[in-house]
Design a protein around this ligand. Structure first.
Ligand code: NCD
Ligand code: ZN
Length: 347
């Protein structure tokens, strides 16, 4: 059998991205819009996007920064706080502003200081979300420092996720950026209302990547990459064809200086070559026929949105990823910096 040399799929979407704001947003946005028709935009700005008005204004800033001729729709999310008003969520959904709401356990990750201190605090909000059909997106890590950082996702399943899906059996829940076999198995065992996104980095690297010959801050994100067997489990579900698993890059740009520091930020900037990166994984797994489902079909089906019109075509061939990318004056080191990827966009 000869390996295919081009792959055409329906235009994909990114179901989890950090676009930031201001000049940096203007610098990173085109990378996402080049590849994806829509993206679920994370609300962890400072201050967080927790109201309909704030999300509407943020959406307008994104649209204003979009280069002319690019076709891209940002799907906005609400940052859940302990004091979130359930009616604000219902109104945001009714007015077509909120596509989902995001649960950050307080202090779990970058920009989560205003997050939820106890899931019980947002039970009225979750009740309302279940009623109106607004999906819950979960950063699934416990914040308890007694728990080993590599176990925080698995422990979150036991301490929070299991009960949450029991208490809200009709709530749509996305377990975001899963990193463990435990999460892959948990999601697989649930009903169709529970799904997961998977990032390119968690399909490519295991935790050793952070320590190759020294400390590698550009391989650090949260949830942190885990052991090799976890990576293999993620690959297995990603290419399985199961509609529960879909593309979400978690592209999280930080300036080089904020990463290469005594206390470097968590986040991997994978937006510039995300699709090429994922395609390589599906190719390596002999599962290119499953890529369209993961990238372009499962997400819309879960969210109840139409699939995109139009297609994108990738071709086999070297794509050299630059060492740095300038985001409107802010230098950022992209995922795969200095590597040559085996697939590129066909011009
Ligand atoms: C994200 C960021 O920088 O905003 N960082 C990350 O490592 N993924 C926050 C997040 O999604 O956890
Ligand atoms: Zn994220």
């Amino acid at each position: 059998m000869t390996a295919i040399s081009t792959l055409t799929i329906r235009r994909p979407d990114d179901w989890h991205v950090h676009l930031r704001d201001g000049a940096v947003m203007a610098g990173v946005l085109a990378h996402t819009a080049r590849q994806f028709a829509r993206a679920i935009v994370m609300p962890n700005l400072s201050p967080p996007v927790s109201t309909v008005d704030a999300a509407r204004a943020y959406r307008a800033r994104i649209m204003a920064a979009l280069p002319a001729g690019m076709d891209f729709t940002p799907l906005m999310t609400c940052y859940l706080t302990d004091g979130i008003d359930p009616e604000e969520l219902a109104r945001g959904k009714a007015e077509g502003v909120f596509t989902a709401a995001k649960l950050y356990p307080a202090h779990a990750t970058t920009g989560s200081a205003h997050g939820v201190t106890d899931v019980k605090n947002i039970y009225p909000a979750l009740e309302r979300m279940q009623e109106v059909g607004l999906p819950l997106l979960v950063h699934g890590e416990v914040t308890d420092h007694e728990v080993d950082i590599f176990d925080r996702e698995a422990v979150f399943i036991e301490r929070t996720m299991m009960q949450l899906v029991r208490d809200f059996p009709a709530l749509k829940v996305v377990f975001e950026h899963i990193t463990t076999k435990d999460a892959a198995e948990f999601v697989s065992a649930q009903g169709a209302n529970v799904a997961a996104t998977i990032t390119p980095q968690h399909l490519h690297i295991n935790r050793n990547a952070m320590f190759v010959g020294g400390i590698r801050p550009h391989m650090y994100c949260l949830p942190v990459a885990k052991r090799e067997f976890h990576r293999l489990a993620l690959r297995q579900v990603a290419v399985s064809g199961s509609p529960k698993f879909f593309l979400g890059t978690d592209s999280a740009p930080h300036a080089v200086g904020a990463k290469e520091a005594a206390c470097g930020c968590a986040g991997i900037f994978n937006a510039p070559f995300a699709l090429e990166s994922y395609t390589q994984v599906f190719d390596e797994e002999g599962a290119l026929d499953k890529f369209e489902g993961f990238a372009s079909l499962h997400g819309p089906a879960f969210y109840g949105l139409p699939v995109n019109e139009g297609t994108v075509t990738l071709e086999r061939g070297g794509e050299l990823v630059p060492d740095q990318i300038d985001a409107n004056g802010m230098p950022i080191v992209p995922f795969h910096a200095g590597e040559t990827l085996g697939w590129r966009f066909k011009k």
